[in-house]
Design a protein around this ligand. Structure first.
Ligand SMILES: NC(=O)C1=CN([C@@H]2O[C@H](COP(=O)(O)OP(=O)(O)OC[C@H]3O[C@@H](n4cnc5c(N)ncnc54)[C@H](O)[C@@H]3O)[C@@H](O)[C@H]2O)C=CC1
Ligand SMILES: CC(=O)C(=O)O
Ligand SMILES: [Mg+2]
Length: 372
């Protein structure tokens, strides 16, 4: 199969969809991989590393997109990329469609087969292609939040661990999944006082057992959220309803109850954000103030640590990429119900229920498409 790996064009996005090691696996199976010139530079992989792995380096972006049957990316396609997609192509990348109606309609109009990393599932009830980046973003959330607490960033001027005789900061994480647990671990390691709120009691039980009382677990209700808002110096938003827009858990009115200079880090921003006042930001200008509260809402946090993230992403995606390349999208999805959950749009139709519901669009079952 002809596989194309374009250079990412989103603001400060330095990841690339395949490492040279990933290319080597595909080439060894008889596939042709074309990588856009300098696509790997931001992740520390020069063009020569891809050449040595067996890829062709293509400088002409039009030619790269035109020749590919399978396009591998990291971030959701930007407008100029959507315009390049054709019906016979398969796109495999993060999509986050429930947060982006224009993108959803663009992909429908393209006629292409669009498979989202973030809705592929596994036997354990997890999201194996979201998890590696959630681990990265969760760990980064505390770094970003700690920086945002500094006065120069508009923060209250609080050091997370405090010092002897001065209390540590209070960090609340809403959503104790992959992002949430990784954020909580980092905050704990830095000496903060950490609370996790979640709606899943089984999940809170796992966390309670794992951290043996070093992290407080609290069932998430309006009452406990309001208490968190009043008490916390930093709140990390890490909820997810897979494939759907994030619920707005902290309203603008609630900001008035927060201590001035407190920090909101909305990791769930790629699904629209879980704070009413969140709007997506970039690494170029990551934070802004609303009512005296610092908001950090970068939608591609792992892009800033691209070397780590690109390796972690390829480790997770490669088996699925190999299945697509070896069998074609139809057989690969037919053979694997978990992979099937990744299909969001095909031939002008939405196939993912939460995306259809978000925009009032008809949803066609993937199984029906596979039978056709
Ligand atoms: N901004 C960025 O760069 C990145 C953002 N993300 C995003 O972070 C978010 C979280 O991802 P994961 O941790 O992997 O998801 P996950 O599925 O592992 O965890 C989500 C948790 O939220 C909980 N939850 C759902 N609704 C809730 C509610 N109303 N109140 C309290 N808890 C609730 C669930 O029970 C679950 O434990 C996703 O939107 C994901 O796309 C992930 C990676 C990078
Ligand atoms: C998950 C996601 O959106 C990211 O890694 O950028
Ligand atoms: Mg996005």
């Amino acid at each position: 199969m002809h596989i194309g790996v374009p250079k990412e064009i989103k603001n400060h996005e330095y990841r690339v969809a395949l490492t040279p090691g990933g290319v080597r696996e595909l080439v060894a199976r008889g596939h042709r991989v074309r990588v856009q010139a300098e696509a790997g530079i931001g992740s520390g992989y020069p063009d020569d590393a891809y050449r040595e792995a067996g890829a062709d380096i293509v400088a002409d972006v039009d030619a790269l997109w035109a020749s590919a049957e399978l396009i591998l990316k990291v971030k959701e396609p930007q407008a100029e990329e959507v315009a390049r997609l054709r019906p016979e192509q398969t796109l495999f990348t993060y999509l986050h469609l429930a947060a982006e109606e224009t993108l959803t309609r663009g992909l429908i109009d393209s006629g292409a087969t669009c498979i989202a990393y973030e809705t592929v599932t596994d036997d354990l009830g997890g999201l194996p292609l979201l998890a590696p980046m959630s681990r990265v973003a969760g760990r980064m959330a505390v770094q970003a939040g700690a920086h945002s607490l500094e006065k120069a960033q508009g923060g209250a001027g609080i050091l997370l661990p405090g010092v002897p005789g001065v209390a540590p900061a209070k960090v609340t994480v809403i959503g104790g999944g992959v992002v949430g647990e990784n954020a909580a671990r980092m905050a704990l390691g830095l000496g903060a006082e950490v609370t996790i709120l979640d709606k899943s009691l089984p999940r809170l039980e796992v966390l309670d057992h794992r951290y043996q009382g070093r992290i407080r677990t609290v069932y998430s209700t309006t009452e406990t959220l309001e208490a968190a808002v009043r008490e916390s110096d930093m709140i990390i938003g890490a909820v997810l309803v897979p494939g759907a827009a994030a619920p707005k858990l902290i309203t603008r009115a609630m900001l008035g109850e927060m201590k001035p200079g407190s920090v909101l880090v909305d990791v769930a921003i790629d699904q629209g954000g879980c704070f009413e006042t969140s709007k997506p930001t970039t690494h170029a200008e990551p934070s802004y103030m609303v009512d005296g509260i610092v908001h950090y809402c970068v939608a591609n946090m792992p892009g800033a640590v691209a070397r780590t993230s690109t390796q972690a992403l390829t480790n997770a995606t490669l088996p699925f990429v190999i299945a697509l390349a070896d069998k074609g999208w139809k057989q690969a999805l037919a053979d694997d119900a978990h992979f099937r959950a990744g299909l969001n749009v095909h031939a002008g139709q939405v196939t993912y229920t939460a995306v259809g519901e978000a925009f009032g669009l008809e949803v066609v079952a993937t199984e029906q498409i596979l039978q056709g």
